[in-house]
Ligand binder design. Structure first.
Ligand SMILES: [Zn+2]
Length: 405
């Protein structure tokens, strides 16, 4: 595998490259920790761009409350350290702050004084902020971009801004006339928004409610979680199994100022094989500063809003973010001339990957077309697959692909 530890121009990167754009330290782990760990473990170059230091976060441990006394001088740098520890747990070695560390500041919730700070990320001119990301896109040349939906998952102004900036950067990076000084134009082939199927949120939260006592005051409701959508909007299900769950939980623990993790009384990542079964129980739960318990999921969910859907799948959602990309997807097509593909692909950590995905190419370059190739699911075949299978009908809804910008 190519060295991933020293990103920079003039270096040969792995054939598959994944870029994630997040607002604050901890968002990457909460939304995509299992996915990042799974792809990194399979040799994918995973780049995380974090837009702020999270200076306005609420600090949970009383012993660390002093950090809030100087949010720019203490909490921000402390959270950057937590982020470094978290990405190390995930096996991700290419993390950057948008525009450099401290360029943009956590805006806090809408209407609060931090949103008026001169460096508040929500106040940034999107094109100016996007220019920083264009440089990263043209350097790394990722096939896949993951970020939030237009609502930022739950309406936080920095998350909404991260969405805007990420989509704008993808557009600008592909335009050869835009800032040639930032590198050669590059088109990101697939763009995903984070999401969580409503049925999964309901099932998992119900499991927490009916399980053994948790060290949190209450269990969240679906409305408390980020990115909850109707099942039919979900196009992609990434199941990472026990290893993904273990790494995600470890990374959550690294965000100690923001996240409290329960581990089921020390029993750890035990249970039946496959992350779904483990996550179905109460082995792992976490809470943010609101004290509301949420499940830690080994399976993460996405909405494909640009690019080719998984080719040739008989039914159900795609299971690989790189599916349908020549040389990078799970069909093992011949590689593109300039970047030979690896025959192996991410399947499920700790389980043999699915075989039998056959392949027509399904190529549909940057067409902003709904993933119509996913149709045909008969129905759920398990508690975790169910949402994804039901999601196979997805074609649009709020924020349809055409408005992905
Ligand atoms: Zn956030």
């Amino acid at each position: 595998m190519t060295d991933q530890s020293s990103p920079g121009r003039g270096r040969t990167l792995p054939a598959r490259r994944l870029l994630l754009v997040h607002a604050h330290p901890d968002d990457e782990t909460i939304n995509n920790g299992a996915t990042m760990a799974a792809y990194a473990a399979r040799g994918v170059h995973v780049t995380l761009v974090t837009c702020t230091l999270g200076e306005e976060g609420e600090v949970i441990p009383p012993g660390l409350a002093r950090l809030t006394e100087d949010r720019d001088g203490a909490l921000g740098p402390h959270r950057a350290g937590e982020l470094a520890a978290a990405t190390a747990e995930l096996g991700v070695h290419d993390q950057r702050f948008l525009g450099g560390r401290g360029r943009y500041r956590d805006s806090g919730m809408a209407g609060t004084p931090p949103a008026g700070h001169p460096r508040a990320f929500c106040r940034a001119e999107p094109d100016e902020a996007a220019a920083h990301l264009v440089g990263v896109v043209r350097e790394i040349r990722p096939q896949v971009l993951v970020t939030y939906d237009p609502d930022g998952g739950y309406g936080h102004p920095d998350h909404i801004q991260a969405h805007r900036v990420a989509l704008r950067a993808a557009e600008l990076a592909a335009d050869p006339a835009y800032r040639p000084d930032l590198g050669a134009a590059h088109t990101v082939r697939k763009i995903y928004w984070n999401c969580l199927p409503r049925s999964v949120a309901e099932e998992r939260l119900a499991a927490l409610r009916s399980g053994p006592p948790l060290p949190f005051p209450a269990v969240a409701t679906p409305g408390d979680l980020s990115g909850v959508v109707d099942d039919e909007l979900v196009t992609t299900v990434v199941d990472t199994g026990e290893e993904g769950l273990r790494r995600k939980a470890a990374a959550l623990r690294a965000h100690a100022t923001q996240v409290a993790v329960a581990d089921g009384g020390g029993s750890g990542a035990t249970g039946t094989p496959g992350g779904a079964a483990v996550a179905d129980g109460t082995e792992f739960a976490f809470a943010l500063s609101n004290g509301l318990a949420q499940p830690i999921l080994a399976t993460e969910y996405y909405r494909l809003v640009r690019g080719p859907a998984a080719p040739g799948r008989p039914a159900g959602p795609e299971t690989d973010l790189f599916a349908g990309i020549a040389g990078a997807g799970e069909t093992g097509e011949p590689g593109e001339p300039e970047e030979p593909g690896e025959p192996g692909v991410l399947g499920v950590l700790g389980e043999p990957r699915e075989s039998g995905a056959t392949g027509e190419s399904g190529e549909n370059e940057a067409s902003a077309t709904p993933p119509g190739g996913l149709a045909g699911a008969d129905g759920p075949d398990g508690p975790d697959r169910g949402a994804g299978a039901g999601a196979a009908r997805g074609t649009g809804g709020p924020g349809t692909p055409g408005e992905a910008r």
